[in-house]
Design a protein around this ligand. Structure first.
Ligand code: NAI
Length: 216
């Protein structure tokens, strides 16, 4: 069967569809038209139809979308029907904040371990998961089927630690350290930079201010 490449722009929008559909399901809504979904999500109905058509035949003329079906299919596309074991490397402010976020488990991301080099953190538990020292990392990753590592360590340590993780079988890195990791092609890296999101916010504030000063 011919596999159609789905654009990254569509993939980036899917989690939002997934969240809205999940909320509809929780509220007992069984089907929804692209127009209704459009009003709720503030995305045009044609964008919704175009995005969802990528996956073929989810909508039916005059019926709309079957919420449960669409939710399940998008979940499959996002790989959420399987659990993913994760470890967090760096149990400082950010690492601990992420470790405290229980919604990961709800989506199938299972926090297996937390690692740091600071001996004062050794054995401290976050939501029942103890912080371990880095000398245990290698064995732990190999024995616990760890797929994803979250990097919340200083940037000058990030590359070395990422290589160690990859050498021991980790397949994907959720990288918060402000550095590019340059890992082999088969390793999946998602960089997260909150400051970039703030810069977009700042850009939009400036743009809004400019537009409104024109109208005066
Ligand atoms: P932090 O200083 O509170 O925590 C860093 C932790 O990493 C410490 O507990 C430290 O002992 C540990 N660590 C240092 N070297 C290590 C190594 N080789 N192996 C394992 N653990 C090690 O810092 P914070 O605020 O939690 O930030 C962590 C990192 O995340 C920094 O690189 C920071 O720049 C970055 N960051 C990124 C954000 C983003 O949006 N991408 C937002 C906030 C922070």
């Amino acid at each position: 069967m011919e596999e159609r490449e789905i654009s990254q722009a569509v993939i980036r929008r899917l989690p939002r569809y997934y969240r809205y559909l999940g909320e509809l399901l929780e509220n007992g809504v069984e089907r929804i038209s692209s127009n209704d979904l459009s009003k709720r999500m503030k995305v045009t109905a044609s964008q919704i139809r175009q995005d969802l058509n990528n996956f073929g035949g989810f909508g039916q003329q005059g019926y709309g979308y079957n919420v449960k079906y669409l939710y399940t299919e998008i979940g499959k596309i996002l790989g959420l029907e399987e659990n993913h074991n994760i470890v967090i490397i760096g149990a400082g402010n950010l690492g601990q904040a992420l470790a405290n976020y229980a919604a990961f488990e709800k989506r199938g991301f299972i926090l297996k371990g937390i690692f740091d080099v600071n001996p004062r953190l050794n054995g401290v538990s976050i939501r029942g998961v103890p912080i371990r020292m880095m000398d245990e990392l290698k064995d732990f990753v190999q024995n616990n089927n760890v797929e994803i590592a979250v990097l919340t360590i200083p940037k000058d340590k990030a590359i070395e630690v990422a290589n160690l993780l990859v050498d021991n079988g980790v397949r994907a890195i959720w990288n918060f350290a402000h550095t590019d990791l340059n890992l082999p092609d088969h390793i999946i890296v998602e960089n997260v930079h909150l400051i970039e999101s703030l810069m977009r916010l700042s850009y939009n504030i400036s743009r809004y201010n400019e537009e409104h000063s024109d109208k005066k």
